[in-house]
Design a protein. Structure first.
Length: 453
């Protein structure tokens, strides 16, 4: 904010006080209130009295993007460890107390963030604040528990990557597409690093990244902001801030030519995937890419599904994915090829559809459909307190201000067919992509068959 332009809300935030949002055109959004504690932890509260429940999402700005060789996978490991006991609570007690009071919880880790999710009756809000503050302040690093969870994480890696053909292909492509940026690191971690984390590594990482000034808490549901802030003062405000974690400053250099990799595995069906470097979540073009990828591969009426699956039978399924994070990520197209199918032909058909979109752009029907899908997804996400907490987090953390959430419908409506056409031509270029193919291993030739007539 520029000097001399302080508003009452801005001044309140600067002093660690309370600020109300402007009144966006979303039911109840004008009731959102924020407060930043003296230790730097921000709270965003959205009262919603439809049901007597609360969703509490705590976002930590830490993921595999913050890791380095030797400790890859450690962010995901903490997702497990944060449920496994503190200096005041035994392993498993967090879940037992939560469930015993009618609540439930979950968590997830990505390249950019780790998010802890709690859902509970509003009557036990104070207890949940106590639980969250305890594991932010007092996490225990019992050697036996660390080794137990190390085994759990390694087992998860085996099931999701080592023994999963699609997981293997995506991991190898991610590591190939990025040559400099830490997005090359798999969130699950490399095997030797999972085996090698030391307790001192964990303690250092916890102190640096699980500090209150590296977290934002979103509380949505049957709770008064004043009550939430009083509980935050009681349970969270005394947790000391830590020096800011080191910034990720590496930028991926422009890709200078197509990269290709081929994997042979014990598989029944070939797989092909393509990944292009694109933009960060906060960029307007991210919304354009969402709509572009929707037109290409979302649903049975999409271009790739109609061409590859329905018309040519060159795939049994196709899809698209957009990785939107703090830094420019990847736009993905993938196809599952029929057993014995021709991967080269499938790739050619994908290329033809991409070239047609880049040259001619989408039709009026396609752009309307993609826009409507985006808007339906937006409004559907705000139907529940859980969806509201997730959406607030997405915009506060990745876009820098939760209030930008409420301009998303206008932004989607502003995207034109020409925007999509231009993005296809700019991003979906051959020299900007990585292509990965996974094919079944060739059957060994039977003895005595060589040279048979």
């Amino acid at each position: 904010m520029m000097a001399g332009a302080w508003s009452a809300a801005g001044l309140a935030l600067a002093l660690g006080g309370v600020a109300h949002a402007a009144s966006p055109d979303v039911p109840g959004a004008s009731q959102i209130v924020t407060r930043t504690l003296p230790n730097g932890m921000k709270l965003v509260v959205w009262p919603d009295k439809d049901i007597p429940n609360v969703s509490m999402y705590t976002w930590y700005r830490v993921g595999s993007r913050n890791e380095r060789p030797g400790i890859t996978g450690i962010s995901h490991f903490f997702e497990h460890m944060m449920f496994n006991g503190t200096k005041t609570r035994a392993p498993g007690e967090f879940d037992r107390v939560m469930e015993g009071n009618g609540g439930s919880n979950n968590a997830y880790t990505s390249s950019d963030v780790t998010v802890y999710q709690n859902w509970f009756p509003s009557s036990v809000t104070g207890l949940i604040f106590d639980l969250e503050s305890d594991r932010m302040r007092n996490l225990d690093f019992d050697a036996g528990k660390v080794e137990s969870e190390r085994g759990v994480v390694y087992s998860e890696r085996r099931s999701s990557v080592d023994n999963d053909n699609f997981g293997t292909l995506i991991e190898q492509m991610q590591a190939t597409a990025f040559v400099a940026h830490p997005y090359q690191i798999p969130t699950i971690g490399w095997p030797s690093d999972i085996e090698g984390w030391k307790i001192t590594d964990l303690q250092d990482y916890y102190r640096q990244y699980y500090a209150p000034n590296n977290a934002v808490m979103f509380i949505v549901g049957d709770v008064e902001p004043e009550v939430a802030f009083k509980l935050a003062d009681q349970y969270l405000a005394s947790i000391p801030a830590q020096p800011a974690p080191p910034a990720v400053t590496t930028k991926e250099p422009p890709q200078l030519g197509e990269r290709r990799l081929r994997i042979e595995r014990d598989a029944q069906t070939p797989l092909i995937a393509m990944a292009w470097h694109t933009v960060a979540a906060a960029d307007r073009e991210a919304r354009v890419m969402e709509m572009l990828l929707s037109i290409l591969g979302r649903g049975d009426s999409s271009r790739l599904y109609q061409r590859l699956v329905e018309k040519e039978q060159a795939a049994v399924d196709v899809g698209t994915q957009f990785d939107a994070g703090f830094d420019p990520g990847l736009a993905w197209v993938y196809a599952i090829v029929p057993p014995g199918g021709d991967v080269t032909r499938t790739e050619q058909l994908i290329d033809e559809e991409i070239a047609r979109l880049a040259q001619d752009g989408p039709t009026a029907i396609e752009i309307t459909k993609a826009r409507n899908q985006a808007l339906v997804g937006f409004w559907h996400g705000l139907e529940t307190i859980s969806g509201k907490a997730q959406a607030l987090g997405q915009y506060e953390v990745f876009h820098g201000d939760y209030r930008k959430l409420f301009s998303a419908p206008t932004e989607y409506e502003s995207i034109t067919a020409e925007d999509v056409k231009a993005a296809a031509a700019k991003v979906l270029r051959q020299e900007n992509r990585t292509v990965g193919v996974l094919e079944p291993m060739a059957e060994p030739q039977a003895p005595g068959k060589e040279g048979a007539k």
